[in-house]
Ligand binder design. Structure first.
Ligand SMILES: *Cc1c(COP(=O)(O)O)cnc(C)c1O
Length: 395
């Protein structure tokens, strides 16, 4: 018996080390062993800290959430498996049948879809209003309105919502205000400082920043709201992968550098595009020709963000020529990557709309949105010049 070999089935103890790792460890364990039922009770009651089961929480999600909490001035934020999981946890964790939810009319595509198809199916009424028009929101609030869902800068036309006035109206009427801060990021805008009750992020975008992790984040000012959102997310299994959390946390170390560089590039690229023949118009919040320029200055200061939209002359043919000529700039339906990406709303995010509806929103076949990355700005300007020159050629 004495020379029995150790069982491969038993866990081998983690090696002892007088020093500790500098990098964050990845902890993929689904389950955690407590010493005895009294300890487990104390954990469930919150008298002792400790993890039990990964769907309920795990260290890599906690570390990531704490970092975003720090940027947002939030407490006890929750990391979930995607930005849409965060949107869903807020809407379904806080609303019940008979409630009404009011949203901005240019929300992220899937958020709009949830407002249009899913909430009504569950007995939650929804309507949309133009968030640049606070009066339209005041009028659209009903006695049963529970929550307003807004984005600060809209996708892809980069309109700036009248957050100050809508937050004031929401407070006066006892309606919760949830802000999806994905585009603006905590570096550009802090929702809690502007009257929001709930903050949502798609961490997938520039927070994680490398297009290799799909994650969401949500924080609530009121602990009761936080608990309702948390319980809904855990019950419905919105768990974030520890590896994705680890990647995103790693991304955050360089977030401020990436954001500042991408924003400076976006500002310069917007001005460059505006000077090119073949470009009909450029949208960037801090440019004097932006329709919400004054509100952008009041709300965002000099922080115009890392997104630029522009319209070229010439319809779908010209659009095809532009993406084919821009071989180093991926034509891909996302944003916030370390490198610049291009998206074409008419064929992707807004393809479900009629051409007429897109025209009304100002998104023709020649309309592009650029998520600007951290490349050398001279290189970017050269590549865009070449791509736009290509659109001018007759086919
Ligand atoms: C991408 C995005 C989402 C959804 O996030 P996923 O991580 O893709 O689920 C929600 N809101 C905004 C503003 C987004 O850009």
């Amino acid at each position: 018996m004495t020379d029995r070999r150790p069982s491969l089935v038993r866990r081998t103890p983690w090696p002892e080390s007088a020093s500790r790792p500098v990098g964050t460890p990845i902890q993929p364990s689904v389950v955690y062993a407590s010493p005895d039922p009294d300890t487990l009770d104390a954990q469930y009651d919150g008298r002792l800290l400790g993890y039990t089961y990964a769907r309920e929480g795990h260290p890599n999600a906690s570390v990531l959430a704490q970092k975003i909490d720090g940027m947002e001035g939030a407490r006890d934020g929750l990391v979930v498996g995607s930005g849409m999981a965060a949107v869903t946890a807020v809407l379904l964790g806080l609303c019940r049948a008979g409630d009404h939810v009011l949203g901005g009319d240019q929300l992220y595509g899937r958020s709009l879809r949830m407002m249009r198809d899913d909430l009504p199916r569950l007995g939650i009424a929804t309507s949309l209003a133009d968030p640049t028009d606070a009066q339209a929101f005041a009028t659209a609030i009903r006695p049963e309105t529970r929550l307003i869902l807004l984005e600060v800068v809209s996708n892809p036309t980069l309109r700036v919502a009248d957050i100050a006035e809508i937050a004031r109206i929401a407070r006066e009427r006892g309606v919760l205000l949830a802000i999806d801060n994905t585009f603006t990021t905590p570096r550009g805008f802090q929702p809690f400082a502007h009257g929001a009750d709930i903050i949502i992020h798609s961490v997938t975008k520039i927070l994680a920043g490398h297009s290799d992790a799909t994650l969401g984040y949500v924080a609530a000012r009121d602990p009761d709201h936080r608990k309702a959102i948390y319980d809904f997310a855990v019950t419905t299994g919105m768990t974030a992968s520890p590896f994705d959390c680890w990647l995103a946390e790693r991304g955050l170390y360089s977030f401020e550098l990436r954001y500042d560089r991408a924003e400076a590039n976006a500002r310069a690229l917007a001005d460059h595009l505006a000077g090119l023949a073949g470009v009909r118009r450029v949208l960037y919040p801090t440019r004097p020709d932006h329709p919400d320029h004054n509100r952008a200055a009041a709300l965002l200061g000099a922080r115009g963000g890392h997104m630029v939209s522009f319209e070229i002359a010439g319809g779908r043919d010209a659009a095809n020529r532009l993406t084919r000529a821009a071989t180093n700039i991926p034509f891909a339906p996302t944003l916030g990557d370390i490198g610049t990406t291009l998206s074409h709303p008419a064929s992707s995010s807004h393809r479900g709309l009629s051409a007429q509806a897109r025209e009304t929103l100002g998104m023709s076949e020649g309309f592009f949105r650029v998520s600007v990355g951290v490349e050398d700005i001279d290189l970017l300007c050269e590549e865009f010049t070449a791509a736009i020159v290509a659109t001018q050629k007759e086919s």
